[in-house]
Design a protein around this ligand. Structure first.
Ligand code: GLU
Length: 282
């Protein structure tokens, strides 16, 4: 039995790309008589808004993609992430980092596309200074080299049977937490996928760069390895990606325009997308 999850960040209204991801996730769960879960990734306090949570739920219902059980809300689960971080701290696998907030903010949401320049390791190897930690805002970074020395290069299997092994340069010193936000996307994602018994992670190919580090964290924390389905992205017909900031039509707008949500979700699963859009081939 397959357990999948749809894990949007409530930072805007959903668009066609989200509908595709959720429809595929629900389809895989249904095919195996398994479960389709909803997880609200609201750890970024500056961008998450409650009205978007309500919008996500309305959109999924309109698509006929009801989820099993209560949605899991990350902002209510911070102790669990803190406990996972502590396990890594106890093993000396993380270090405090006092670098700029701009870096740190970038770690709070899922990295789409290029995850940005890798951290140069400025704070790695600094002598521990509890007094500084007590007074200076800091984040906690994974010591990527140490982690790799212990766990080796992580690998994973895609739903179509292909297996992948991460490359060393795909594992940076990722931020796992900061003082005023208990967990980064990577840490909360692996804790929650394991806790919810997710067996198949369905998400866009734009999140593929997150998989090496998440697989490594799973190994370090002794969490099971899910299978992954990094699906192709829906783009505008001219190949431009859909983004919340551009004028990609929201599902709410499509509903208002009279589109039938259930038919749309069924079409998406079969790879049929509305005119004006296309499914990018991997
Ligand atoms: N919250 C992430 C997003 O909005 C998705 C994370 C995931 O599926 O792993 O893109």
């Amino acid at each position: 039995m397959t357990t999948t999850r749809f894990a949007p960040s409530p930072t805007g209204r959903l668009h066609l790309g989200h509908a595709y991801s959720a429809a595929v996730g629900k389809d895989r769960a249904r095919q195996s008589g398994g479960r389709f879960l909803l997880r609200i990734e609201d750890l970024d306090p500056t961008r998450s808004r409650p009205e978007f949570v309500a919008g996500i739920e309305d959109d999924l219902r309109w698509l006929g993609l009801d989820w099993d059980g209560a949605p899991l809300v990350q902002s209510q689960r911070t102790e669990l992430y803190a406990a996972a971080l502590e396990r890594l701290q106890d093993r000396g696998l993380v270090y405090p980092c006092f670098c700029t907030r701009a870096d740190i903010a970038a770690s709070l949401t899922a990295p789409h596309g290029d995850a940005g320049p890798s951290y140069p390791g400025t704070c790695c190897g600094l002598a521990d200074d509890p007094a500084r930690r007590g007074t200076t805002p800091h984040s906690w970074r994974l010591d990527g080299s140490k982690a790799l020395a212990i766990a080796g290069l992580p690998s994973w299997i895609e739903e179509d049977g292909r297996s992948f092994t991460a490359k060393t340069d795909e594992i940076g010193d990722a931020i796992l937490a900061r003082k005023d936000a208990p967990a980064s996307y990577h840490l909360s994602c692996v804790v929650d996928d394991a806790d919810s018994g997710v067996t198949l992670v369905v998400r866009g190919a734009d999140l593929r760069p997150a998989t090496p580090i998440q697989r490594l964290l799973q190994e370090l924390l002794g969490l099971p390895a899910p299978i992954y389905l990094h699906h192709p992205l829906i783009t505008h017909a001219d190949g431009h990606r859909l983004a919340k900031r551009d004028l990609a039509p929201t599902l709410a707008a499509m509903r208002e325009a009279g589109v039938d949500g259930r038919t749309l979700a069924r079409d998406l699963v079969t790879g049929f997308v509305p005119s004006g859009f296309r499914l990018q081939q991997a």
